[in-house]
Design a protein around this ligand. Structure first.
Ligand code: GUN
Ligand code: ZN
Length: 429
């Protein structure tokens, strides 16, 4: 059974560095997106797609805009009930709120309930793929993957490994962290649309033995992602370097255990030295910019131009619950402001590239998600730039696609997401 979704279509073949008029922008005013089962089988002018699929059912989403589903490359599944906790900076926030909350995930039924809420929020906000940290408990990863699989969502996640500097209820050991991660990889990685992310939380909560074990897992499972935190906050950097006195700097801690590489995602990466940026670039590692979190926790201003200039791959993410919104629109709005403060102008076409194909590339998943390409998985969103009365009023003066996107980003949130499709199935509540 083929369905043709009729709407304006927008996706990207590359980062549109030139903004409007860039050949990397694919926009079809009266478009048709043909979906059979979970896959995109045709795209283009509606009339042409219709002619090629005359028996297809038509679903009319005009005048809305269909785009690839949003991709969030860094957030914490057990932190839904931490969002908006009144702490000053990172380490206080972790100890006072986050490490307390995450202990609840030893209870499978709690993890299952939060997993349902988690994927509901993501899909309501137009996010079709997320890369999540679970808690230290293997039950939390079980609940995460089981719920993702139930919705046929392409998700990545992993139980955090942490064996020091946290409450006893949140600690594994180098050996149990390795064993439980290995068992979870064997059970979930590559099962349907699920992807495992090996997740040593950060250098402060892992002993050298645990980072060693994490490196071994990464070597043994080169098609898994690796995720951790790096250079978020000055007190964190000083403490990490104190715990690893032989390392040249924070990035070198991870490098020594084989954790840098093209499948590795480093949350925050705000205060990197030139040397660290060079090591990130050389290894193909990804720096993940989390603007709402960086502002909320007062961590600092991510310098996109400097890192890109050094050749570092960059991604953008919410970092719930240090981050304050599930919405990639809200997130890119804050990214724009963080960059604007530094005199960097981030064109809305680049923002929308980043939350789709850009983030898919950061995950090495661009052959599956992030575009409306034929053969891609049918994960897409329907966006309504007139979703609120204030947006509708502002839309009266909008004349270009870039202006519409910038309005969606500046004023939009989950209300601007009219519908989300996961593997061809509509999920918006
Ligand atoms: N560094 C280590 N763990 C965390 C976390 O949960 N959130 C943030 N923002 N930074 C971290
Ligand atoms: Zn994080």
């Amino acid at each position: 059974m083929t369905i043709i979704y009729r709407a304006r279509l927008l996706d990207f073949t590359d980062e549109p560095m030139d903004g409007e008029g860039s050949s990397a922008v694919r926009y079809v005013e009266d478009g048709g997106l043909a979906v059979a089962g979970a896959m995109i089988i045709a795209r283009g002018e509606f009339a042409d797609v219709r002619k090629a699929h005359q028996d297809a059912e038509i679903v009319d989403h005009r005048p809305h805009l269909i785009m690839p589903g949003f991709i969030d490359t860094h957030l914490h599944f057990p932190q839904m009930q931490v969002v908006g906790s009144y702490a000053g900076a990172l380490l206080e926030w972790l100890n006072k709120y986050t490490f307390v909350e995450e202990q609840k995930f030893r209870d499978l039924s709690h993890a299952e309930r939060i997993a349902r809420c988690f994927f509901d929020e993501l899909t309501n906000h137009g996010t079709t793929t997320a890369v999540a940290y679970c808690s230290v408990h293997k039950e939390s990863a079980e609940a995460f993957f089981a719920e993702s699989e139930r919705r046929n969502m392409r998700s990545a996640g992993g139980k955090v490994m942490m064996d020091r500097n946290a409450p006893p209820g949140l600690l594994d050991t180098a050996q149990s962290g390795y064993d439980n991660t290995k068992a979870l990889i064997e059970r979930w990685h590559g099962r349907g649309r699920q992807v495992y992310a090996i997740s040593p939380r950060f250098a402060i909560t892992s002993t050298p033995e645990q980072l060693e074990a994490s490196g071994a897992l990464a070597r043994e499972h080169p098609d898994c992602l690796v995720q951790t935190h790096l250079s978020e906050n000055h007190a964190e950097i000083a403490y990490a370097c104190e715990l690893y006195p032989d390392a040249r700097d924070y990035a070198d801690i991870y490098a020594r255990y084989g954790l840098l590489g093209p499948k590795s995602l480093f949350g925050h990466s705000i205060h990197l030295s030139e040397r660290e940026a060079g090591a990130m670039a050389e290894s193909g590692s990804v720096a993940v910019f989390c603007p709402t979190s960086n502002l909320f926790l007062g961590s600092g201003l991510f310098d996109m131009a400097r890192l890109r200039g050094a050749g570092v791959r960059v991604s953008v993410a919410t970092d719930i619950g240090g981050g304050t919104s599930y919405s990639m629109l809200r997130t890119l709005d804050e990214a724009y402001k963080v960059l604007n403060l530094q005199g960097q102008h981030y064109h809305p076409l680049r923002s929308f590239y980043q939350m789709t194909l850009g983030n898919a590339r950061a995950l090495s998943m661009e052959d599956k998600i992030g575009t409306l390409e034929v053969g891609s998985e049918a994960d897409f969103v329907v966006l309504d730039a007139r979703a609120t009365s204030a947006m509708a009023l502002r839309m009266e003066t909008v004349t270009t696609l870039s202006e519409e996107l910038f309005l969606l980003q500046t004023m939009g949130d989950d209300r601007a997401v009219a519908q989300t499709y996961l593997a061809g199935v509509g999920w918006k509540a």
